[in-house]
Design a binder for this molecule. Structure first.
Ligand code: ATP
Length: 212
């Protein structure tokens, strides 16, 4: 279980104060207005925001003292964060070896992950040679290769056509079952996650609304 309790992030003139609980195997979708605080929450869980106060734990372990690389958390950012000089395969492979010391089995796993997101045969391309949706899927392939039990996805469906959105949602659904992941994703199109999300929660003014 990922547990967020009274987790407080302050920017000048803005405060986010979050409560959220996500069991393993569950998908929680965050919706709400632009600027409501969705990305800030994901970035704080991943360790990229300074937290003023509150609790953040996974399976009872306090995550706040841990650096991002030490946290049991994989995140796909809104802007994908691919390295422009690396091929799609190497960008995905960073999940397995940050220095890209990849074994033959790693190359096979990378090819399988790229195939899974519909990018079979495109592993040699650099990000600039891919469409926006394809770049997004490279970032998703990288997340698929991590063995971290918490998966955070910031707008993973934006820029994808409807058929691809359905494929990605099915992929996320399969993964959370297979690996018992706790998934938190943001979306502007909640209808896309109907039938997959265990909860759709609204984030507004830096708060996660009750219910959903
Ligand atoms: N580094 C920062 N410094 C100061 N203010 C920030 C910073 N990052 C975000 N904010 C502000 O914090 C609030 C929440 O932003 P956030 O990016 O979390 O919203 P969001 O719900 O993800 O929006 P969107 O749907 O547009 O991505 C906004 O008012 C934003 O302007």
């Amino acid at each position: 279980m990922l547990l967020v309790r009274d987790l407080t992030i302050r920017y000048p003139g803005w405060v986010g104060r979050y409560d959220l609980a996500v069991p393993r195997g569950a998908v929680v979708a965050l919706v709400g207005p632009s600027g409501g605080g969705k990305s800030t929450l994901l970035n704080a869980v991943a360790g990229f925001e300074r937290v003023a106060s509150g609790e953040l734990a996974f399976e009872g372990r306090d995550l706040l003292p841990l650096r991002p690389a030490e946290r049991p958390v994989a995140i796909v950012f809104q802007e994908h964060n691919l390295l422009p000089t690396l091929s799609a395969a190497d960008n995905a492979g960073l999940a397995l070896s940050p220095a890209l010391r990849l074994k033959p089995a790693d190359h096979a796993a990378i090819a399988a992950a790229l195939a899974r997101v519909g990018l079979a045969g495109l592993g040699k391309r650099r990000p600039a040679e891919l469409s926006g949706g394809q770049r997004q899927r490279v970032a998703l392939a990288r997340a698929l290769l991590t063995t971290r039990p918490v998966l955070l996805l910031d707008e993973p469906l934006s820029g994808l056509d409807p058929a691809l959105r359905r494929d990605m949602v099915a992929l996320i659904d399969g993964l959370r079952r297979e690996k018992s992941l706790a998934v938190v994703m943001t979306t502007h199109t909640p209808e896309d996650v109907e039938g997959v999300a265990d909860a759709v929660l609204r984030v507004e003014n830096g708060r996660v609304a009750e219910g959903g």
